[in-house]
Design a protein around this ligand. Structure first.
Ligand SMILES: Cc1cc2nc3c(=O)[nH]c(=O)nc-3n(C[C@H](O)[C@H](O)[C@H](O)COP(=O)(O)OP(=O)(O)OC[C@H]3O[C@@H](n4cnc5c(N)ncnc54)[C@H](O)[C@@H]3O)c2cc1C
Length: 507
């Protein structure tokens, strides 16, 4: 690096702009933090990897101001398990309609369109410097800053960033994670699948449902079918250890796979690749001024459709903590709670999806006898508690994702409070908080929606409380039954944001 090359000062450099990095860079930009958004690809991902998002992720998109995209997302239907003779063994309805999150339980979306939208928005943001088509080649931390060397992929040009913090959202093979020297825990579910995405050019055949998903087990290569963002379809074959990926990637294999439903001239193949899934959680997630997020911090098989959703949760967690630290409102130790809160939460998803991936390999589904309807199983809703960190030291629902009721004027709660802490509930309980507590709310920029909001009160009462303190990432900080409880919770919040007891919480 030539010493004459000017260094560009930024508060945070986000390395890697997939779904995690884009979410984080966008939220930091909206918070007025000077952010560099770096990705080695000039353009958004050409083909989707993630296709499914849950209601919590839709709520994150709402925080990004992207709720207008919802009509472009596709609904989901049922999940069916078939045996080798195509008899139904079990059915799981996946669409639970609009949930307590204010959004549908599940959607299918087109990742390239979503990435293009956020990339474009970052380009127009006065807080963001974009480096799309630039790769990070060196990182070094000294004297409270991180020097980031960027190399343009299409030329020999270099740039240097002088960053207060670096977040590596640079995927499963993370360069930043390597520079941090993390250790990896392997949950031992490494599998390969052939993924064939197609755009049908004809009507779908009757036996290929347009919103229902299926998995056929008990065959050599278990087959999964997913109608992704309409009108695209995805077919997945799980490979056995002895299977040769190159054999499976031959295009005649894709034609053969699709032959039961389509003639080869009835669709366009969008992708036809073998993926390897691993189930890995590295640690630490922070070393000094460098952090990892998204697939860099956890990878899991796609059985729950939660890899991207988990990375977006990481982004929301960092998106309220980093600005506080950058502005000097909280000490750097606040960032230790990122891993202590998020790692146990994500590990739940990694463990379950690893178990499911291992089970599918050996699945021998049994259809019920002739004349007996297959069992219908409810889909499991996973809302684990975050680990210790910035929250009350209490059992669930403390530390669990809050609901998003509507206010009496029809607005969704998050739209009314913004990306901030909030105190909501019974106006009498809130009014009973002390004067000192009210000043603390002002000082800490806590939103307290005025007035009486029946849906909010109903939700708060269902938790056995009079008021709830919600964090900007929508997780519950604590529950209060009285004004005195609110005083105690607010003291705890103020102390934790100032750094008190954080080391103990994060340990
Ligand atoms: C087939 C498939 C289906 C899936 N389905 C789902 C699903 O339905 N729902 C779900 O939630 N998840 C799903 N997942 C998982 C999901 O795709 C990932 O968890 C998610 O995309 C990870 O996002 P990320 O931003 O953390 O990482 P990535 O998307 O991997 O982004 C990392 C970015 O970093 C950039 N980069 C890497 N190194 C450098 C460097 N040195 N310098 C600059 N830039 C760099 C890359 O160009 C890339 O853009 C699926 C995954 C696969 C493979």
């Amino acid at each position: 690096m030539e010493s004459s090359t000017p260094r560009i000062d930024v508060d945070v450099a986000v390395i890697g702009c997939g779904t995690t990095g884009l979410t984080l860079a966008s939220l930091l930009g909206k918070a007025g933090i000077k952010v560099a958004a770096v990705d080695r690809s000039r353009l958004q991902v050409p083909h989707p990897r993630a296709t499914h998002l849950d209601d919590e992720t839709m709520r994150a998109f709402q925080a990004l101001g992207l709720q207008h995209l919802e009509p472009r997302f596709s609904p989901v239907g049922k999940y069916r398990f078939y045996d080798r003779r195509w008899r139904t063994c079990m059915e799981v309805p996946l669409d639970r309609g609009y949930t307590e999150q204010g959004w549908r339980s599940n959607y299918m979306f087109h990742q390239p369109d979503w990435e293009a939208t956020v990339r474009g928005e970052l380009n127009d943001s006065s807080s963001a410097e974009i480096f799309f088509g630039w790769e990070v080649t060196e990182l070094s931390e000294a004297e409270g800053r991180v020097e980031v060397i960027l190399q343009e992929v299409s030329s020999d040009q270099q740039r240097a960033l002088n960053a207060g913090f670096v977040v590596g959202a640079d995927g499963a093979g993370s360069f930043v994670r390597g520079a941090m020297g993390c250790e990896l825990t392997d949950y031992e579910a490494t599998h390969r699948s052939l993924i064939v995405d197609i755009m049908p050019l004809v009507e779908l055949p009757a036996d290929l449902p347009d919103r229902d998903t299926f998995i056929q087990g008990g065959i050599t290569n278990p087959l999964t079918y997913v109608p992704i963002a309409a009108p695209r379809l995805r077919f997945e074959l799980m490979l056995r250890p002895q299977d040769d990926s190159r054999e499976f990637e031959r295009v005649d294999r894709a034609y053969q796979l699709l032959a039961p439903w389509f003639k080869a001239d009835e669709y366009r193949i969008l992708r036809d690749d073998v993926y390897e899934w691993r189930s890995i959680v590295p640690s630490p997630w922070r070393r000094g001024r460098m952090m990892i997020a998204g697939d860099a911090a956890h990878t899991m098989p796609p059985m729950l459709g939660q890899g991207m959703c988990s990375g977006i949760r990481d982004a929301l967690n960092l998106a309220w903590k980093l600005p506080r630290v950058v502005r000097g409102e909280s000490p750097i130790e606040l960032l230790d709670t990122y891993e202590s809160e998020r790692r146990p939460h994500t590990t739940t998803f990694v463990e379950i999806s690893a178990r499911l991936a291992n089970e599918i390999e050996h699945l021998q589904p049994e259809a019920p006898p002739e004349g007996i309807a297959p069992p219908v199983q409810e889909s499991e809703v996973l809302r684990p508690q975050i680990g210790p960190g910035v929250r009350d030291d209490a059992a669930e629902p403390t530390g669990v994702l809050s609901a998003q009721p509507k206010l009496d004027d029809g607005r969704l709660l998050d739209d009314a409070v913004g990306f901030r802490f909030a105190v909501v509930g019974d106006p009498e309980t809130i009014a009973a908080a002390g004067e000192g507590t009210r000043s603390a709310w002002e000082r800490l920029d806590v939103a307290v929606p005025a007035g009486r909001h029946e849906e909010v009160i109903e939700w708060v009462r269902s938790l056995g409380a009079g008021a709830v303190v919600i964090r900007p990432d929508r997780y519950i900080f604590g529950l209060a039954e009285s004004g005195a409880d609110l005083d105690r919770l607010t003291d705890r919040l103020a102390a934790q944001l100032a750094g008190a007891g954080l080391a103990a919480e994060a340990a």
